[in-house]
Design a protein around this ligand. Structure first.
Ligand SMILES: [Zn+2]
Length: 106
């Protein structure tokens, strides 16, 4: 996969805050059913700086950044389970160290 690195298209990260109108749910309770929250462009997020909804094209990119960061975090959390290289080695060394000291202590 080739990524395009256009110098003009480099989106700055905007700090997002939870929309207070819908409490981050992106929808509000209407009379009969839920309606898209107008306060946050139905995203659940607003600009932390201004408290206003972001334009849709900006919002999509910012949400993508957030999703990527979240997925990265999930990956990090799962890593010890999936990895059996250095993690196993570390545990092995650790056990050998503890066992060794125990042996010499006797
Ligand atoms: Zn909202």
């Amino acid at each position: 996969m080739k990524k395009s690195h256009g110098p003009a298209f480099r989106s700055a990260r905007i700090e997002l805050a939870m929309c207070s109108a819908c409490r981050g749910r992106a929808v509000v309770q209407g009379v009969f059913h839920e309606l898209p929250c107008a306060q946050c462009n139905a995203s659940g997020w607003v600009s932390a700086e201004t408290g206003q909804a972001l334009p849709l094209d900006v919002l999509v990119t910012q949400l993508s950044f957030r999703l990527q960061a979240t997925q990265h975090q999930i990956k990090q959390l799962r890593r010890p389970v999936l990895m059996n290289g250095p993690a196993v080695q570390y545990e092995h060394n650790n056990r050998r160290g503890a066992g060794g000291s125990n042996y010499t202590g006797d």
